[in-house]
Write a protein that binds this ligand. Structure first.
Ligand SMILES: NC(=O)c1ccc[n+]([C@@H]2O[C@H](COP(=O)([O-])OP(=O)(O)OC[C@H]3O[C@@H](n4cnc5c(N)ncnc54)[C@H](OP(=O)(O)O)[C@@H]3O)[C@@H](O)[C@H]2O)c1
Length: 329
């Protein structure tokens, strides 16, 4: 089993390597791939030195699985070349997510949709993954009419250069600007590019990807996505209107038994999910569970996950594990 990690020098790529090690993911050969800028550099991993190789060499090696996190343009150009060589590509970029012929997978929800012919499999947007995973058991039980989500997203979601901007500002140095404004001590109601309808691309990803993953175009979703100066994870205030009424104790127990979800909800003891405690964890944390008293059948919840973990690396590695467990590779 040859495994390639494309974008191995980046934030998500580095996290993928950590998750692969923690999960004891089996491979016989590991190919670490990045841009031409990095070719020839060495990456030390599990006590061994690996040379960084370029994309053409990686395709020629015909790996069974390639996990891509090297931006949309790289995926658009190179994922089909890997697929033609027989490789399963698990892609973290937004390049293929809304392609009607590609599966958009959160394993706990819809891994069963993957078939042998799906050579390019899309990993959803980080903010979408954590939201749909926490909502899935409630959707199954009560049905969802409408979701209103506001996010508080970590700078790690933008990549290495964004963390560098925040840290330089914090140290009083002149930063190389990734965002159009200062990010430290600030809040930007702006993630990805603005669209003609006034929403950002990140907001539209949350709306469209949620419908696709739930295979339900009738769910109404509206989103405001916001960048805050934190690392560790994304937080989301979610207001969800169900089709029928719910019982709060049952909501709690459904969430407690949901795979990949951990309930942290004890306000009296100041226990609720936070990025600082979700950091480096594979799970999605849920708390602040309370009835929206302004309208029927509606719940407020607070959802936090490490965007580099379940929002990217962990979800991708779980898809690879599914391919192996189901003998698709
Ligand atoms: N950060 C998140 O929370 C998150 C979550 C979900 C999905 N994603 C997606 O994952 C991807 C990577 O994000 P990141 O945060 O890890 O960014 P990053 O820290 O900036 O890393 C980018 C990686 O892509 C590689 N790369 C760039 N251009 C390339 C090219 N032309 N050919 C081959 N490799 C190239 C870089 O290699 P060099 O070091 O050689 O430049 C580096 O390894 C993006 O598509 C992003 O949208 C990110």
């Amino acid at each position: 089993m040859k495994l390639a990690v494309v974008g191995a020098t980046g934030l998500v790529g580095t996290e993928i390597l950590e998750v692969l090690a923690e999960h004891n993911f089996p491979y016989s050969e590991l190919l670490l791939v990045a841009s031409e800028r990095s070719v020839g550099k060495q990456i030390e991993y599990k006590g061994k030195k690996y040379p960084v190789i370029g994309l053409a060499d990686a395709v020629a090696a015909k790996p069974e699985i390639a996990i891509f996190s090297a931006g949309g343009d790289t995926s658009l150009e190179w994922a089909p070349k890997f697929a033609e060589a027989g490789t399963y590509v698990i892609d973290n970029s937004s390049a293929w997510r809304m392609d009607p012929n590609k599966k958009l997978v959160v394993p706990e929800i819809n891994a069963k949709e993957i078939s042998k012919n799906d050579k390019i499999i899309a990993n959803p947007n980080c903010s979408t993954i954590q939201m749909v995973l926490a909502l899935e058991p409630l959707r199954q039980r009560y049905g969802i009419k409408r979701i209103v989500v506001s996010t508080y997203q970590s700078v790690t979601g933008t990549g290495k250069a964004a963390v560098d901007q925040m840290m330089a500002e914090r140290a009083g140095e002149t930063p190389t600007m990734v965002y159009p404004h200062k990010i430290d001590m600030n809040v930007l109601p702006h993630i990805d590019v603005f669209q003609s309808n006034g929403y950002t691309k990140e907001e539209m990803k949350m709306i469209n990807e949620t419908k696709k993953i739930f295979s339900d175009d009738t769910i109404n979703v509206t989103a405001t996505t916001v960048r805050i100066p934190t690392i560790g994870g994304h937080s989301e205030a979610v207001n969800v209107e169900f089709k029928v009424d719910f019982d709060l104790a049952e909501v709690r127990s459904l969430l407690e038994s949901a795979p990949g979800v951990i309930v942290q909800d004890d306000p009296a003891n100041f226990i609720y999910p936070m990025p600082i405690t979700a950091h480096k964890k594979d799970d999605v944390f849920v708390g602040r569970l309370r009835r929206d008293e302004s309208q029927p059948n509606t719940l407020n919840m607070w959802i936090v996950a490490d965007n580099l973990r379940k929002g990217a690396a962990t979800n991708a590695v779980q898809i690879a594990e599914y391919l192996l467990e189901n003998k698709l590779v």
